[in-house]
Unconditional design. Sequence first.
Length: 170
Amino acid sequence: MISNITLSENEPSVETDDKNKKNHGDPAEDRRFPIDPEVSIRYMKSKAYKTTYGDEPVWVKYRRNFKGQFAPRKTRKSCVMSGFIATGNPCPICRDEYLVLDYTNVELLKQFIHPQTGEIYDSRIINLCRKKLLQLEVAIEKAKLYGLIKRQVPFRRYNYNEYYPDYKKN
C-alpha cells in the first residue's frame, strides 16, 4: 500500500511503503530536508555554536572510531544513506545538521584551509566522509572563483646581485 503525504507546498511529498518502512528512532538522524545556507551562517555566529565548538575548527575535537591499530587510508564513502545517518560515528559535517558546505558559508570553509599553504587539510586529519570532502572541495573552489576566499600565491623576492653581479638597484 502506497500513500502520498504532502507536508506543505515548500517541502516535497514523502511516499511510504509498508515493506520499506524503517523505524529510525531518533529524529535528529533525519537528513532528508537540507538546511538553508543562510541558516547555517547564522548558526555559525550563534551562542549554541560557540558552546559546542568554541574557537576551534569543527573537526578538531572529532575522533573517528576505526577497527585495528592504524587508521584507514581512505575515509568512509558517506555517513548518510537514504536520508538518515547510517553510522554510529558520522563525520564532523554530517553529525551537525546546521553545518552546510556552501560557497557563501566562508567562515566554515576557512576552517578546512591551512593558513600557511592555503590548501585543504588532508582528509585523514579532518576526517570528513568522501561525499562531504568532494562538496568541500567544490565549495572552496567556487568561493575562490567568486572572490570570497583569497587565493594564496607566494610572492618571491629575488636578489639579482647573485645572478647579475653588475646589476645595481635604482
